[in-house]
Write a protein that binds this ligand. Sequence first.
Ligand SMILES: [Cu+2]
Length: 136
Amino acid sequence: MKIMKFLLGIMLLVTVNAYGEERPVKRVEVPIGEDGVQRVEIIGGGYYFDPNHIVVKNNVPVELVLTKEAGFTPHNIIIKAPDAGINVNIDMDTKPASVKFTPTKPGKYAIECDKRFLFFASHKEKGMVGVLEVIE
Ligand SMILES: [Cu+2]
């Protein structure tokens, strides 16, 4: 009986995590720097990207400067939009790393972290998602 209650508790925990809370949207319109690059810093943590809605101009180079918050939990950042010249898949580290690309097609593209611990919900499912919006 006790073990059943315990298992039920675990299941509930996993379910709640799987459908995670909605994260507040933090929208940033990335300015074009003096060097002509749209540079933006993104922090990855448990379980969020900050900012999580990034607006950039089409056909202008973009540089994402990525940093992971301290701690043992691994995070990555994935943006798969090969049609738009974007193919990002990189592990985040506490030491900043940058990724460069030039978007070629306006649209809204998903940002996500697909790390997970064992059989638990992936970080994406826990709300570690964002949007890269490419505008004209
Ligand atoms: Cu993550």
